[in-house]
Design a protein around this ligand. Structure first.
Ligand code: DC
Length: 688
């Protein structure tokens, strides 16, 4: 997951390959609650691991459910076969609160629930708790307190439930007491604001089905596909609901939850929309293949497939897979009633930027009461990219952008995962512009590894993947500076010195003296170096050599092998392979001069020899090594002299390098300076 303040997506050109998407949020949270209302255990496979499901799991635990995470590697073989990146999710065993008589075990004490911004937890939990009865409070983040719940509370009150508002009427936070259920009259609920109110009642009322219960929907029911998911899952848990049109639903007397024992969560069809769009937008050598959801899906958003086809995508499908390739280009504009695909339709708004005319999305009023006002958000951010956008209370019209019209934009994401994921697709713009996504970690709501998945399937010209080089002498602090800047930007990090250190270490282990006579043999070793970096760890094969190579002697040995031209050549390809999406921080001696001469930012870091010796001295002492300042200073000057005077790739600033003397700077100040240079070069901060 990218926990950085922003993530810059380089311009992307191509996509292809397979991915197993994480489980559906809607199915995951419904299945969790239904399992909690059953008697006995339910094993839930491929559960989505995200903010919203975590909220639900915490709430269930608070209620007294058993929640056991099983750390089996789900489908490891399948994941390997298809080169999947996002893990298919984990398995959880839920021990429900159901009693032998079909009712549920009520908690003895009062409980305060914190629901974050998870609508799929707030609504169903409110209904289930209100029917169950007890002393509960439910609250969430500020945005949750702006999301309406009045229609559900009205219905619950009509039923005899005890629900009070703790803040503004019609909105969470809520207080729930014990009900005196009145089941004779039909229960009326509005269906035209959020279908989650009806879902919540359908899942809660089987707990009270001593007689037939009739639910009547007032107003035109929106998002019907989500009600279909609810009915489908209720059936899997033993509850048959009689549906009369979309207006009346009957829960028959004596209904009771029965665990299916085991259940698999389908991959999320709304998440699939980004990868369907990816296949439709990107040049594809091979198709984008989505595993885990397909034609047999119970999720309404699977019908996004038809919308994408209408825009020109070529899509094949099987029961649980989809394969997408670009067909018509530019895409065909679309004029569509999106009521059946409310979430996935947001993706159409960004696809519309690549169409042959304006596209209009109708019947999307529910967007206004989601994680953010999504009509306003999509309009605003499309405009930042340069597009003309019109909006109405329940519609949005997006005009396409021709080549030359795109603008480099920093996309605000409104704490809305779907805004972030949608706008990542703007990185395929024909103007070769990067796109900045603010607060990228908001995707954690449904798809924590979204950007990793996007990068694993996407390609671009190497020249578009930015590299920031930090070169400089020994102990100038390059490593700390480079790794901290990398962490702030979400970029990869290459410690090139470690490659020379590992080479020297491997050579000595192989019995090779670090002499020019052994140049070819050492180079041969370097060319096949089985080195891997894992956080701070450096692994040579399966051996952890981190400490061994980071000694003073290790540095001196590295300096010796680094004078051998064949060794430097042998390490070239390995160093270049670190230039991966979304970008790279490379530290060393010749990053800017030899390895990445086209890098858009090169920094030459220096500090006085005294300072550097002192820093190294403190570092060694703090690690419990004995050290002498004079010797250290002499050693590092000797090493610098050799690094500067060698015939190939000598230590010298690149012509276009920014000089940074950090003798009197803290590491935070140095990081801030490099980030500032980088921001200026990127030009995002000034444009938006
Ligand atoms: O950065 P460091 O101290 O880990 O580097 C160890 C030695 O490796 C250094 O003295 C010179 C050599 N080196 C190099 O020649 N080129 C690089 N890009 C990085 C390191």
């Amino acid at each position: 997951m990218f926990a950085t303040p922003f993530l810059d997506l380089p311009h992307l050109t191509q996509a292809g390959g397979a991915i197993h998407l994480p489980g559906s949020k809607s199915i995951s949270n419904r299945v969790l609650l239904l399992s909690a209302l059953c008697q006995g255990q339910t094993l839930v496979h491929d559960l989505l691991d995200s903010d919203d499901t975590r909220v639900m799991l915490v709430a269930l635990k608070q209620l007294g459910c058993g929640v056991e995470h099983l750390h089996e590697a789900a489908h490891p073989a399948a994941a390997k076969d298809i080169g999947a990146v996002a893990s298919p999710g984990s398995s959880v065993r839920i021990t429900g609160l159901g009693l032998a008589d079909g009712r549920v075990q009520k908690p003895a004490a009062a409980i305060e629930f914190f629901i974050g911004n998870a609508g799929t937890a707030m609504r169903p939990l409110t209904a289930a708790l209100a029917v169950m009865g007890g002393a509960f409070t439910l609250q969430g983040v500020a945005r949750m307190h702006e999301r309406p719940i009045g229609d559900l509370v009205d219905a619950l009150r009509m039923l005899g439930c005890h629900v009070d508002y703790l803040g503004q009427d019609g909105y969470p936070p809520l207080q729930i007491g014990s009900p005196q259920l009145k089941l004779d009259a039909p229960i009326q609920v509005r269906g035209d604001v959020s279908s989650q109110f009806l879902t919540a009642l359908l899942m809660a009322l089987p707990l009270a089905a001593e007689k037939d219960i009739l639910i009547e929907v007032m107003g035109e029911l929106i998002s019907k596909p989500y009600i279909e998911i609810t009915l489908n899952l209720l059936a899997r848990f033993g509850i048959q609901i009689e549906r009369q049109g979309w207006e009346r639903f009957v829960i028959s007397a004596g209904s009771r939850y029965i665990s299916p024992g085991e259940i698999h969560v389908e991959a999320d069809a709304s998440s699939a929309s980004y990868f369907i769009a990816l296949g439709a937008l990107a040049g594809t050598e091979k198709p984008v293949r989505i595993q885990g959801v397909g034609a047999a899906s119970i999720q309404g958003d699977i019908r996004f497939v038809q919308a994408a086809q209408q825009m020109g995508a070529v899509i094949e499908s099987g029961p649980n897979w989809l394969e997408i390739q670009r067909g018509v280009w530019p895409l065909k504009s679309i004029d569509l009633d999106c009521n059946h695909i409310p979430d996935a339709a947001m993706t159409l708004a960004v696809m519309a930027l690549y169409a042959d005319g304006p596209s209009t999305l109708h019947n999307i009023a529910s967007w206004r009461v989601k994680e953010t006002d999504r009509i306003a958000a999509m309009a605003q951010e499309c405009r930042k990219l340069g597009a003309t956008v019109e909006e109405g209370p329940d519609w949005l019209r997006v005009h396409p952008l021709a080549q030359g019209q795109w603008q480099q934009a920093s996309i605000h994401t409104y704490d809305d995962h779907r805004v972030a994921m949608c706008f990542s697709l703007a990185a395929f713009n024909p103007d070769h512009l990067p796109v900045r996504i603010e607060d990228p970690q908001c995707v954690a709501k449904t798809f924590p590894d979204y950007f990793e998945a996007l990068f694993s399937l996407s390609r671009t010209d190497t020249a578009c993947i930015p590299v920031i080089c930090i070169d400089g002498p020994t102990a100038s602090g390059k490593g700390s500076l480079a790794s901290q800047v990398a962490a702030r930007l979400g970029y990869h990090y290459l410690d090139s010195g470690a490659l020379y250190r590992v080479t020297a270490y491997a050579a000595l282990q192989a019995g090779l003296a670090l002499e020019p006579d052994n140049e070819m043999a050492i180079a041969a070793l370097a060319a096949k170096l089985p080195v891997r970096f894992s956080g701070e760890q450096v692994l040579l094969g399966s051996q952890d050599v981190s400490d061994a190579i980071r000694s003073e002697e290790g540095g001196m040995n590295a300096s010796k092998v680094s004078t051998l031209p064949a060794v430097r050549t042998a390490l070239l390809a390995l160093q270049h392979s670190f230039q991966r999406l979304p970008g790279l921080l490379a530290d060393g001696r010749d990053m800017g001069t030899v390895i990445f001469p086209q890098a858009p930012l090169k920094v030459f870091l220096t500090a006085s020899a005294d300072k550097r010796a002192l820093r190294r001295y403190k570092q060694l002492i703090s690690k419990g090594f004995s050290a002498k300042l004079d010797t250290l200073r002499a050693d590092l000057e000797a090493r610098d002299a050799r690094d500067r005077s060698r015939s190939v790739a000598p230590l010298t600033p690149a012509q276009d390098a920014m000089q940074l003397d950090n003798s009197h700077l803290s590491i935070e100040q140095s990081v801030a300076q490099v980030l500032d240079w980088w921001q200026r070069r990127q030009g995002f901060s000034t444009l938006n």
